[in-house]
Design a protein around this ligand. Structure first.
Ligand SMILES: O=C(O)C(=O)Cc1ccccc1
Length: 381
């Protein structure tokens, strides 16, 4: 039975200002984020529930005055970012980036690659990290979305849809998995191996000869941390070399991952979109469903092919709100087809006319279509 060692939230109360004041060792928990949500510590709210209210019963002279006031209010609203490299938040302090896991995790590496001088805010779960952005506790979140050997992280695709955040960037992280243990421990002493499921899946072959019990953790770094804190001489962690340094463990074996090029792609999420540009390699991520179901997917892909737009990725996820399509056929009775959400990354910027025309065309036969983000391609490894 896989024992889930839970990343420890901060015990007791944590009074967070709109910008969470978390000790680096602590991590945001859902409880902490939701408590603040209940206290409605949100970001700037519109001056009235219905912006039109301010124009009711106004004389023309008031309209000009009000228009100036509205302009002033709009100037106070957060503006679209010019690029993901906006290195300080709107109040000039260091960007705060939420990630799932503990210090030393690969998600923290992704936060550091995206914003080298950021304040990292560890969160117990991916959901907490995204909520922290929505509730203005942090400025960004990083979210692992796929790996070169394990493929897509499906639950994180679902998370993208259940939150109103924008993808403003991506970072690709080389995941070099190491087997870590207490100083003095030998490989033959290892009876138990702790790590994140993603990591176990990336080194299936390498650890098959270990004959050790595998125990799933919320992240690779918390696995290393527990071994160090409890002095567990018979346990090993599969994590990064940086986690080993951080928690005082030594490397029994590195390059544990089965494939040489073991890269995880992380998305950078923000409350505001970035202004798409026509220069430089840009990609756009969208999600849609089709009026006529999956059988018409070729039509959806054709809107890009007709405009010489490369499709970089397609992922399908169940359409939980209406999972089946029943089709009555006189000869064969009623057929049941699964319904899907389609996630597509294509190689163009929404600033380009061809991309705008492609989406306008796709919209003609989509039941639902949302642009998740338009952002620069990460070319640095
Ligand atoms: O557990 C971590 O370090 C994470 O950030 C999740 C993860 C684990 C393995 C590969 C990529 C991301």
């Amino acid at each position: 039975m896989a024992l889930k060692a839970i990343g420890n939230g901060v015990g007791g109360a944590c009074h967070m200002t709109p910008r969470a004041c978390l000790h680096p060792k602590s991590s945001l928990s859902l409880r902490m984020v939701e408590r603040k949500e209940s206290e409605k510590e949100m970001g700037p709210s519109p001056s009235s529930s219905n912006p039109q209210d301010q124009f009711k019963g106004l004389r023309s002279g008031d309209l000009e005055k009000n228009a100036r006031a509205l302009t002033r209010d709009c100037n106070a609203l957060p503006k679209p970012l010019s690029s993901m490299d906006c290195l300080t938040s709107s109040d000039g302090s260091a960007i705060r980036v939420a990630y799932q896991g503990s210090p030393g995790s690969f998600s923290e590496d992704a936060a550091l690659k995206a914003y080298p001088h950021c304040v990292r805010v560890p969160c117990e779960h991916f959901e907490v990290a995204l909520k922290a952005v929505e509730l203005w506790h942090v400025d960004r979140a990083v979210l692992p979305i796929e790996n070169t050997s394990v493929g897509s992280i499906h639950r994180n695709y679902d998370l993208l849809l259940s939150h109103r955040l924008h993808i403003i960037g991506e970072v690709q992280i080389k995941v070099d998995l190491c087997l870590l243990a207490l100083p003095g421990a030998k490989k033959e002493d290892i009876q138990r191996v702790f790590s994140h499921l993603q990591a176990f899946q990336q080194c299936e072959k390498s650890i098959s000869d270990l004959k050790a019990i595998r125990i799933n953790f919320e992240d690779t770094a918390s696995a290393a941390q527990l071994i160090a804190e409890r002095g567990m001489r018979d346990a090993g962690a599969i994590a990064s070399a940086r986690a080993g340094e951080l928690y005082g463990l030594k490397i029994l074996q590195n390059k544990l991952h089965d494939e040489d090029a073991n890269i995880t792609r992380f998305l950078v999420l923000s409350r505001e979109p970035i202004l798409p540009k026509t220069y430089g390699p840009f990609k756009t991520s969208i999600v849609f469903t089709l009026e006529e179901g999956a059988g018409m997917l070729f039509k959806a892909l054709a809107v890009f092919a007709l405009r010489n737009i490369n499709i970089l990725k397609i992922e399908s996820r169940p359409l939980r709100t209406s999972p089946l399509r029943l089709v009555d056929d006189l000869n064969h009775g009623t057929a049941m087809y699964f319904e899907y959400l389609f996630y597509v990354d294509f190689e163009a910027s929404m600033a380009e006319t061809r991309a705008q025309n492609a989406l306008g065309h796709l919209q003609e036969f989509s039941k639902f279509l949302r642009v998740l983000g338009c952002y620069p391609v990460d070319t640095l490894l």
